[in-house]
Design a protein around this ligand. Structure first.
Ligand code: CA
Length: 719
């Protein structure tokens, strides 16, 4: 069988704006001539800033007009008690206002709304404060991450939103900083670096704040880092604690007992590449138990044979880990994919539920990680209660409830270098970062589920290259077939759906099929509604009881973020951030969308209209003459599918975010080596390929791109 697509997390390039200066970290910066936060001329119209604290987040249901924390509550249920917009009147929903953000890259942010003020983010970790009633800009803040960091951002330079505490909001930046901003003015209160700048770390996740500490993890496991999560004092930025998710070199001593425990499950010299295990998205908190739950990601490299040659579970990769909220000390873990070798991760949404199981009230934690199983776990002890497949799964038959371990299928670990393994789910996951939601009225969890297969095969010539992708997997095996007819045959394999799941029975309740995968996060409301978008640009409301579509609108661009709802002056609004980009869009061949980055807000009877989209005809200049030999083109294809597709698209067909190399102008082709070998695009986010590619390699990649241009240029643009 031929192949499919793959993965998660990518480098990039980009243009984009911005001004201003360095990274001062104190209030004194107010006197600098160019302040980083730009306040708009008129005074803010929204209500005064009120202080957020633990009691407010814990009692969030007493102020349903607000959305105080990433998942609305510490339990991360993304359920709103608001019901003025409901199944009976949602057909009257219309656009109330929209706000355009200049950074035209992936948009994944969940906005916060606090007393009439909205705080959200765009690509490049830029923060926006808006009047939640009108969309009027109150201030913006650009952390000015150097664009070159794009070269180590695996999955687009996205950001999933801010946290709020006291009178501040907090953003993790793509270059690894955590920045506290005055919520009223956007001025920097403090700015701390959370990572080793010599290593390819990034931050895309939203911070959470518990017990007066701002908690933030990081990403970078596709390239090679050691994962950890850190707590910083919300007032001062001083580090309170740090928990490492994989052990370092035992010869250096262990930071804590958990590292000693984890080190027994590793072999070889994993610390040299870093081991991986980044905490790049999910967290949840139980204030009664004082337990912070974190989702830990895949290994560096993905392929365990490279990472830990004698095997082992490789704790705490692909695990849910419970830490003491006060101190960050290890309490328990549950590993969803022992010895992960597929990039399955356990970084997906962690949700806390209190439900009866077998007639007994239980404190539960649920997760649907990439590996295809829906896990129901006792969050006090970490005991596995049930695990069932929520999408087709080929790597494991089941999870043995007695041991808590998966029963793997034969050859699931692609042991034979000459026999790559067709596998579901892929590294894109049966479910990825897109938020789930829960409705206490239906008792159902709603998740964006998907089917994207992938062929896994060993990289027979793997060699660690610091600062580049290091997976130990050969992507030339997984690429889309270049014959359009063959590629078209694979499209039916790609599926996506809104999946309603009963967490007590651990079984499907109903599904709403979407046109394809990579669908948006979900919001559930007391109005018996679910809201969800699609990468095709539809933003819709469904009946939470049965999935009937009740309302739909066109966003003009991809909708993959988690929506929120709130009230101002007694009127209910629904907001979603939209834009084109994110991991799948960069890789997915030819799946283009208009790159518009916006905040869209709806209300009953809203009459605002989006401006018309500029539908310029696709520009596909005539490519240079095809002069490469068969051998050169084959060599170029291998290199392209190792080093280039992560940003410029599978089979040299970009997804509309970064340049489609088939469509380069003659001038760009003439300057090819300047881009590839002279690092001229590094400031825009392109890796420094001069260190790993020869002039012959560069020419071979160009021959391959030219071949693809000749093969795929539409007949209608040919003269
Ligand atoms: Ca990953």
């Amino acid at each position: 069988m031929s192949v499919a697509w793959n993965l998660m997390r990518l480098p990039l390039m980009v243009l984009a704006v911005s001004l201003v200066m360095g990274c001062d970290s104190s209030e004194e910066t107010a006197e600098k001539p160019a302040e980083k936060a730009t306040e708009t001329a008129a005074a803010p119209a929204a209500a005064a800033v009120t202080k957020v604290d633990a009691a407010r987040i814990i009692n969030a249901d007493t102020e349903p007009q607000n959305w105080l924390s990433h998942g609305r509550t510490y339990s991360e249920q993304r359920y709103s008690p608001l019901d003025k917009i409901n199944a009976g009147n949602v057909s009257q929903l219309g656009l109330a206002w929209f706000y355009d953000m200049p950074e035209r890259r992936g948009i994944e942010a969940t906005p916060l709304v606090i007393d009439g003020r909205m705080y959200t983010t765009s690509a490049w970790s830029v923060v926006y404060a808006l009047d939640a009633k009108t969309g009027k800009e109150l201030w913006t803040y650009d952390p000015e991450a150097p664009k070159s960091v794009g070269s180590v951002a695996c999955c687009d330079v996205v950001n999933r939103g801010v946290a709020a505490w006291g009178d501040k909001v907090y953003v993790g930046t793509i270059d690894g900083r955590l920045v506290a901003l005055d919520a009223y003015s956007g001025k920097v209160a403090w700015d701390v670096n959370t990572v080793d700048p010599e290593r390819p770390y990034t931050i895309t996740g939203a911070p959470r704040v518990i017990k007066g500490n701002v908690i933030i993890g990081n990403g970078g496991a596709e390239l090679g880092v050691r994962g950890y999560i850190t707590a910083y004092n919300a007032e001062t930025g001083k580090q309170a604690w740090r928990f490492y998710t994989v052990p370092g070199n035992p010869a250096d001593g262990f930071e804590d007992k958990a590292q000693e425990l984890a080190a027994k499950t590793w072999t070889g010299e994993w610390w040299k590449i870093g081991g991986g295990g980044t905490v790049w998205d999910s967290m949840a908190y139980d204030p009664d138990l004082d337990l912070l739950y974190i989702g830990v990601g895949n290994g560096s490299p993905w392929n365990r044979d490279v990472r830990s040659p004698e095997g082992g579970d490789n704790l705490f990769l692909s695990s849910i880990v419970a830490l003491k909220g006060e101190t960050g000390e290890y309490v328990w873990h549950y590993q969803t994919t022992p010895g992960d070798t597929w990039d399955y991760t356990a970084t997906q949404h962690i949700m806390l539920l209190d439900l009866d199981i077998d007639g007994k009230p239980r404190k539960l934690l649920v997760q649907a990680p990439k590996n295809g199983f829906f896990y129901v776990i006792d969050r006090t002890t970490g005991e596995l209660i049930s695990a069932e497949k929520y999408v087709p799964v080929s790597w494991a038959e089941k999870v043995d409830l007695a041991t808590g371990r998966p029963v793997e299928t034969a050859n699931a670990r692609y042991p034979d270098p000459d026999k790559p393994q067709f596998t579901v789910p892929s590294a894109f996951g049966g479910h990825n970062w897109h938020p789930m939601a829960f409705s206490p009225k239906t008792g159902l969890v709603y998740l964006p589920a998907q089917e994207i297969p992938m062929i896994y095969g060993k990289d027979k010539t793997f060699e660690y290259k610091p600062g580049f992708w290091n997976l130990g997997i050969d992507f030339a095996l997984t690429s889309l077939p270049e014959d359009p007819a063959e590629a078209a045959k694979l499209l039916p394999l790609l599926k996506g759906r809104l999946l309603a799941w009963d967490p007590v029975k651990n079984a499907q309740a109903f599904v709403v099929e979407h046109p394809g995968p990579w669908n948006g996060g979900i919001l559930a409301t007391a109005g018996d509604l679910l809201f969800q978008g699609t990468p095709g640009g539809e933003f819709a409301a469904y009946n939470a009881a049965d999935g009937t579509k009740l309302w739909s609108s066109q966003a003009q661009t991809g909708v993959v973020s988690g929506p929120v709802t709130y009230e101002v002056d007694g009127e209910q609004y629904v907001t979603v951030t939209v834009g084109w980009g994110t991991a799948f869009s960069l890789v997915a061949a030819g799946a283009t969308q208009t790159p518009i980055s916006r905040v869209l807000t709806y209300k009953l009877g809203g009459t605002e209209k989006l401006p018309p989209v500029d539908v310029a005809a696709a520009d596909f200049p005539e490519p240079p003459a095809l002069t490469g030999t068969t051998e050169q083109i084959a060599h170029g294809r291998q290199l392209y599918l190792t080093r280039c597709f992560q940003c410029h698209g599978d089979a040299a067909m970009a997804g509309g975010v970064l340049p489609d190399l088939r469509k380069l102008s003659p001038e760009s082709h003439a300057a090819w080596d300047d881009f590839v070998l002279k690092d001229q695009m590094h400031d825009m986010g392109m890796p420094k390929f001069a260190s790993i590619l020869t002039p012959e390699d560069s020419a071979a990649i160009q021959h391959y791109v030219i071949k693809r241009a000749h093969d795929t240029r539409p007949a209608e643009v040919k003269q």
